[in-house]
Design a protein. Sequence first.
Length: 547
Amino acid sequence: MSVRGDGWFVGPEVPSGLDYRFAVDGGEPLPDPRSPWQPEGPHGSSRALDHTEFQWTDQAWRGSSLPNAVIYECHIGTFTEEGTFDAAIHKLPHLIDLGVTAIELMPVVEFSGRRGWGYDGVDLFAPHHSYGGPDGLKRLIDAAHGLGLSTIVDVVYNHFGPDGNYVSNFGPYFTDRYATPWGQAINFDGPDSDEVRRFFVDNALMWLRDYHFDGLRLDAIHAILDGSALHILEQLKHEVVELESVLGRTLWVIAESDLNDPRIVERVGAGGYGLDAQWSDDFHHSIHALLSGEVTGYYADFGSLRHLAKALGHAFVYDGIHSGFRRRVHGRSTDGIPGHRFLGYAQNHDQIGNRAKGDRLGALVSPDLLKVTAALVMTAPFIPMIFQGEEWGALTPFLYFTDHNDELGRLVTEGRKREFAAFGWSEDEIPDPQAPGTFEVSKLRWADVEDPLHADLLAWHKALIQLRTSSPDLIDGRMDLVEVDFDEDERWLVMRRGAITVACNFGPDEVTIPLNDQRTAELLLTSGKDPDGNSLAPASVSIWCER
């Protein structure tokens, strides 16, 4: 290969389907850091791929509206028994019937072993071989678009996985000036960082252009550390907008962040990065701590109806006030930013899977309270998101599982035990991430949908989604128009959004709540008995519309 002069080496074009490696300075031949396909895993040879060879059928697809979206997060390996892209295609009609408009895939890039969450990816341009590789992923996206579903992929740009990571042999991809909880920090702003930035931006554009994804979910951007005048996130979003105009379809960039910083979604001209939306954990934490009574860790900052009421009207509970958990002031005000810049959810892969036993909310609270929770998620001013199986109250856990080599696997297992021992869990109670059974029990049991209790919850979610997508007041993202009343002692909360009133009773007793004159209101949905006057049944929710 010849030196091009800007850090790149150029050689002859590799024909599609041919396996290849790179030898750096005469060393051991290594996989391509931009490999499009790793059919034998991260340690095997790279395989050349011509993206133009796939026969797409979605030429008429132009994307969909993010403010109107209902997002469904899933993990390919556990979404079906087979755990493949092709198997997931057969479940897409279920999502359409549910009313979902977009499916978000947890990371699908090549990582160590055959099973894992995907956040330890090492070949960021290559879809995982055990899921079905590049063509399998394209078939899934093509099928989704054919049914009218948008697709989002979760990408990790804050670190690389520990096994099969060869990028440091090819350039200054890492820096010791910063640190992350999961591995070496990426060199986004140090010497020779221009091409490192190019690597990640090119990766983002590839998913949108070559795989036809409609959006990206950027993992833990608080660990993307960049002191440049042009932050890497702003650069990425700018180039996505340029690609959007070329492709002629809508593209989204959504971030996960624990900074409670609205500048992530603020427009560039106002000093923001201009991203389309961000996950809002404060809404989740408010619901979870209130219903479960858990007050350990970061849940210590939550647990009251006051917190939930603030989350509903401001997205961030901690918006420049003191956090006891962090022991400092945290966050910044969201004033002037619409609710559709935030995703709202009561469950997701992190909040379930990072529990010792991977138990879902349904294992902690009653089906009646699950209905109340679902109603809040679907009527809040945020973009609603549900996690696979949540729609029918699935009780299968979603555990943390890995398939590393023996030495790394042992370290992961021991680290997991130490982590939860600090929370009072016995080591014997903590599932081994390396055990195949830990992965197997995390797979959805689709047969459970036929059970009357689960079928009832599924019908409830369908009704809520239909109500949300047909109601202009619920799609309206103006948080300044959200009105919330509550009573901590009697455990009720009432949210008003335009003509819609959502009345929730979280307690075990019937309560009387201040509703508008029912003679001028229509009862749209109720999870309990029909309200009599202003009374509300225990652990129930009723949704009204003023005529």
